[in-house]
Ligand binder design. Structure first.
Ligand code: ARG
Length: 458
C-alpha cells in the first residue's frame, strides 16, 4: 500500500510505479536523508511538536537503519518510490507510530532539496581537494622545468619560445580559477530549504534556524516557494564542472599530441597507456582521450539541467526529479577524470631535449630578430619585414636563423652585427622575456610563488 493511498481507489499501474520510482539513483543520498530526518525530529521535539520519546525512537531507528544498510543486512527495495519513502516505511516498520510522526511539518519537497544540497556540498569539497592536488602537481613540476625550453604555439604553429614550466603554470592558473568558482558555488548552495515544507511553510511552530545550524548551513532559504523549487545550485555546480572539464580536455588534447611520434615531448608511463589489439607497436593515450571525450558528457549534464528547469512554474514539479541523474553523473565523471589524471601526470616522463629541438626548428626566434633591429633604431614594421625576408631566405637555403651567415644578414640590413647570434639564441630569447607573467625562469618562479601562496591559503 502506498503512503498516499488514502485518496485513491486503485493501486498504481506497475508501469507507473517503475516510471515514477527514483530509488535506483537517489539511494545514494541515504546518509543525507537520515541526517536531515534526525535534525528535523530533534527540532520537532525541542519545539514540543512531537514528544522527546518519539524523537529518541526516531533517532535510534534511523541510526540503526543506516547501519544495517551500510552493513548489507538491510537492502534497498527497488520497488520503493524513492529513498525518502523507503526510509520512512522501514522506520515505521521498526518503531511504529513514532515513525509516522517524523513527517510532521515536512514534505518530500523540502526533504529532497535538503538532501541534494547536503550531498553536493560534500562532493564539491572532494572535487575541490582533487583540483588542489592537480594544481599543486602542475606547480611542483613547473618548478623542475624553469629552463626546459619548448616552442609556444599559436594556431598550432610554432610561435615564440616558452618553457615547459611556463606552459604548466598556465594550467595551474585555470585550476585555481576552477577552485574559486567551486567555492563560490558551494557558498551559495549552503542554505537550508528544510522547513519550506511542500511549498507554503507550515502552521507548526518549527525552528528552521535550529535545523539549519545543526546541519552546518550558513542560513536558511528565505522564501519557501523558492526553497523547494530552486535548483540553481545544481546548475551552477554543473557549470563549474563543465569549465573544469574544458580545462582538463585542453590539457588532454595536448597530452595526446605530445606523446605522438610527431612531437614526442612526453612519454606516458606504461601503467597509464594502452596497447592496440592489432598493431604491436602502439602505445595509446586512451586516458587523455577519454577525459577529452567525457567532457561532452558533462556539458550534456549541464544542458539537461538547464533544459529541465526552463519555464517550470513554481513551485515543485516532478520534472525536477530528473536533476539527480544529471548532476550525479557530472560529479562522478569529474572525480573519475581527476583521480586518473593526477597519477598519469605524476608518472609521465618529460622529454626536454625533444622540446628544445622542436623549439630550435620553427623560427620561433624571428620576433627576437626583429626586436634586435628595433633596438638598433630600425622601426618595428621595417624590422618585421626585413626578418620575414630572412626567414624566407633560410627556408630557401634549408637553414635556420642561427645558421644563416652574417653576410646574408648584412645584405638584408647593414645594422646586423656578430651579436645577432647571441640575441636570437633560444636561451637568450627565453631568459630575456622577463615581463611579469612571461616565460623567463624568474618570471615563472614568481608565478610559482604566487600559486604556492594561493594553494596554501585554500
Ligand atoms: N523523488 C522525488 C524527487 O526526487 C522526491 C520529491 C517528491 N515530491 C513529490 N511531491 N512527489 O524529486
Amino acid at each position: 500500500m502506498k503512503m498516499w493511498a488514502g485518496r485513491f481507489s486503485k493501486e498504481a499501474d506497475a508501469r507507473v510505479n517503475d516510471f515514477n520510482s527514483s530509488i535506483r539513483f537517489d539511494s545514494r543520498m541515504v546518509e543525507q536523508d537520515c541526517k536531515g530526518s534526525i535534525a528535523h525530529a530533534q527540532m520537532l521535539a525541542a519545539q514540543g511538536i512531537i514528544s522527546k520519546e518519539d524523537a529518541h525512537l526516531i533517532v535510534e531507528g534511523l541510526t540503526g537503519l543506516y547501519k544495517d544498510l551500510q552493513e548489507g543486512t538491510l537492502l534497498f527495495d527497488p520497488n520503493a518510490e524513492d529513498i525518502h519513502m523507503f526510509l520512512e516505511e522501514q522506520l515505521t516498520k521498526r518503531i511504529g507510530d513514532a515513525g509516522k510522526r517524523l513527517h510532521t511539518a515536512r514534505s518530500r519537497n523540502d526533504q529532497v532539496a535538503l538532501d541534494l544540497r547536503l550531498y553536493l556540498r560534500e562532493e564539491a569539497s572532494q572535487i575541490f581537494d582533487l583540483l588542489h592536488e592537480l594544481a599543486s602537481q602542475f606547480t611542483n613540476l613547473a618548478g623542475e622545468h624553469l629552463e626546459t625550453v619548448m616552442p609556444g604555439y599559436t594556431h598550432l604553429q610554432r610561435a615564440q619560445p616558452v618553457t615547459f614550466g611556463h606552459h604548466l603554470m598556465a594550467y595551474a592558473n585555470m585550476l585555481a580559477r576552477d577552485m574559486g568558482r567551486l567555492q563560490d558555488a558551494a557558498a551559495r548552495m549552503n542554505f537550508s530549504p528544510l522547513g519550506c515544507c511542500a511549498l507554503a511553510g507550515t502552521t507548526y511552530p518549527i525552528d528552521r534556524q535550529m535545523t539549519a545550524h545543526a546541519l552546518g548551513f550558513d542560513g536558511i532559504c528565505q522564501n519557501s516557494l523558492d526553497g523547494v523549487s530552486d535548483r540553481d545550485f545544481c546548475i551552477e555546480l554543473a557549470s563549474c564542472l563543465s569549465l573544469v572539464m574544458m580545462h582538463l580536455s585542453r590539457f588532454s588534447e595536448e597530452m595526446v599530441s605530445w606523446c605522438s611520434w610527431e612531437f614526442k615531448f612526453i612519454e606516458l608511463d606504461d601503467a597509464f597507456a594502452t596497447g592496440s589489439s592489432i598493431m604491436p607497436q602502439k602505445k595509446n593515450p586512451d586516458v587523455s582521450e577519454l577525459i577529452r571525450g567525457k567532457t561532452g558528457r558533462v556539458y550534456g549534464d549541464l544542458m539537461s539541467l538547464l533544459s529541465m528547469m526552463k519555464s517550470l512554474p513554481l513551485a515543485y514539479n516532478k520534472d525536477m526529479q530528473e536533476d539527480k541523474e544529471a548532476i550525479f553523473d557530472a560529479v562522478d565523471t569529474v572525480k573519475l577524470c581527476l583521480t586518473t589524471m593526477i597519477p598519469m601526470v605524476s608518472t609521465m616522463t618529460v622529454l626536454g631535449d625533444n622540446m628544445r629541438a622542436a623549439a630550435a626548428k620553427g623560427f620561433i626566434n624571428a620576433t627576437d630578430c626583429a626586436d634586435y633591429l628595433t633596438k638598433k633604431g630600425i622601426p618595428f614594421r621595417d624590422a618585421y619585414k626585413c626578418t620575414g625576408g630572412l626567414v624566407a631566405l633560410c627556408i630557401e637555403k634549408g637553414l635556420t636563423l642561427e645558421t644563416l651567415p652574417l653576410s646574408d644578414y648584412q645584405a638584408a640590413c647593414p645594422v646586423f652585427g656578430e651579436d645577432i647570434y647571441e640575441a636570437i639564441s633560444l636561451t637568450t630569447c627565453v631568459k630575456g622575456r622577463t615581463s611579469e607573467g612571461g616565460p623567463s625562469p624568474q618570471s615563472v618562479q614568481k608565478q610559482i610563488d604566487w600559486m604556492q601562496d594561493f594553494l596554501q591559503s585554500h
